[in-house]
Design a protein around this ligand. Structure first.
Ligand SMILES: Cc1cc2nc3c(=O)[nH]c(=O)nc-3n(C[C@H](O)[C@H](O)[C@H](O)COP(=O)(O)OP(=O)(O)OC[C@H]3O[C@@H](n4cnc5c(N)ncnc54)[C@H](O)[C@@H]3O)c2cc1C
Length: 407
């Protein structure tokens, strides 16, 4: 299954709408958040806004190169097949990213639209999304291949059977977004610490402290572990292989000099679905050119030790892919390359839950190739849960993982 195209719905029991959060709900609580990626950074910010004293700890810092959030860009789109929860959460996330831009003066979201191209007949995912998008006031426009040719002549659509254009979708500046969230967290009174942390012992249903690499203990009333691809290593028995880190390479192809047709003003984010997988591209990237990536899961990777040097195999794939999708870039030079890491849960859904043995420890992860955009909502949901203002979502529980084979 493509991480972009989840077949299952995360609808569970109860209300899964984006939760509200009272500003003084956590007044006086001391909370440590481990991990300053999209999930941990936003969680720390919301906890702070709910009145808690929050420390955000990361081994290398917000949006660093080895984290899942550390690439330049990530797609934001509310097309989520039959899932009302993800559609509503993403719709709300657009607003939160925009609010952060307004607060900080930084541009994070480019709404160039998203073009979905299907090279097979099964476009059920897009069709199921259409009414759910309409519920939140968003439009997924159906396009014929000829209409795509006319509106976006950059693309070859010879193999395309059905196409859709999501208005208002686009991309987020991912690495920068994490840094801006962490910066805003500090401005609003949060404390950032650079340290590698080990979870503390759980006694009588609570965790008292976490330990840093130099033996210092950090005590708190609540702990959030948002450790991305490191989550399984942090909790080998509880999570283990249920968060599988995989190698995902992306390449930025340089566009012709003076040619604006591959800039976001003229070119949308694109997703190309075949019967066996899904590729995607993001235009612009602050002069880096057209980014191309493969959503098919790569080999397992050690997120700390693995070299991020690009592989010849992935480059050959990306070169063939860009030639097929955008013929004008068939011979474009590689301007940059990144090796990213997916943090796959077995069913592709998030993991947002309380530690079953420690009532004051919380786990956030399993972004599975689609989590970045949801950071603001992950954070709000967790903060509301810790404040006792929101229930858990069944599809995001740790318990569900027990019956599943690792991804
Ligand atoms: C190639 C690729 C394409 C993607 N495309 C999209 C997309 O288009 N749209 C989208 O929404 N999402 C996308 N994603 C998914 C998205 O990037 C991730 O789901 C998201 O960034 C995960 O954020 P995170 O905070 O959980 O993890 P991370 O960003 O990895 O953050 C975890 C942090 O925890 C820290 N940490 C871990 N262990 C410790 C420890 N022991 N002590 C201290 N700190 C620790 C790490 O240093 C790290 O900074 C994509 C991912 C990849 C790899």
């Amino acid at each position: 299954m493509s991480a972009f195209e989840h077949a299952g719905t995360p609808e569970g029991v109860g209300d899964t709408r984006p939760p509200a959060l009272a500003t003084d709900a956590l007044r006086g609580a001391r909370i440590t958040v481990v991990g300053a990626g999209a999930f941990g950074g936003w969680t720390a910010l919301w906890l702070l806004r709910a009145g808690a004293q929050v420390t955000l700890v990361d081994a290398w810092g917000a949006g660093h190169a080895r984290s899942s959030s550390g690439d330049e860009t990530r797609v934001i789109r509310a097309t989520y097949g039959p899932s009302r929860t993800y559609t509503q959460w993403t719709d709300a996330a657009f607003g939160e990213w925009r609010a952060l831009e307004a607060l900080t003066g930084r541009t994070l979201l480019t709404a160039c639209g998203a073009l979905w191209m299907y090279a097979h007949d099964d476009d059920a995912y897009a069709r199921a999304a259409t009414p759910l998008l309409a519920e939140v006031g968003r439009t997924l426009e159906v396009l014929t291949p000829d209409e795509v040719r006319r509106r976006f002549p950059q693309f070859s659509v010879d193999d395309v059977r059905n196409a859709y254009f999501e208005h208002g979708a686009g991309f987020l500046r991912a690495r920068l977004g994490c840094q801006v969230v962490a910066g805003q967290f500090v401005r609003e009174g949060g404390q950032v610490v650079q340290a590698q942390v080990t979870p503390g012992r759980v006694a009588r249903g609570r965790m008292a402290a976490v330990r840093t690499q130099d033996g210092t203990t950090l005590e708190a009333d609540q702990f959030v572990f948002a450790c991305g691809p490191w989550l399984g290593r942090m909790f080998p028995r509880l999570i283990g292989n249920a968060v599988l880190p995989t190698r995902q390479e992306v390449f930025y192809f340089g566009t012709p000099a003076g040619d604006p047709q591959f800039e976001p003003e003229r070119c949308p984010v694109w997703l190309h679905s075949t019967a066996t997988g899904l590729s995607f591209g993001i235009p612009g990237n602050e002069g880096r050119g057209m980014k191309v990536g493969d959503d098919v899961r790569g080999p397992r990777i050690d997120p700390t030790r693995a070299s991020r040097a690009p592989s010849a195999r992935a480059l050959a794939w990306a070169r063939a892919e860009i030639a097929a999708r955008i013929p004008a870039l068939a011979h474009a030079p590689v301007a940059e390359a990144r090796t990213c890491v997916y943090e796959n849960s077995p069913d592709g859904h998030l993991i947002l839950d309380r530690h079953p043995a420690a009532e004051n420890a919380w786990i956030a992860g399993g972004g599975s190739g689609h989590g970045y955009k949801l950071g603001p909502l992950v954070g709000r949901h967790l903060a509301a849960r810790i404040a006792g203002q929101s229930a858990g979502i069944e599809a995001f529980t740790i318990a569900r993982l027990a019956s599943m084979t690792p991804a």
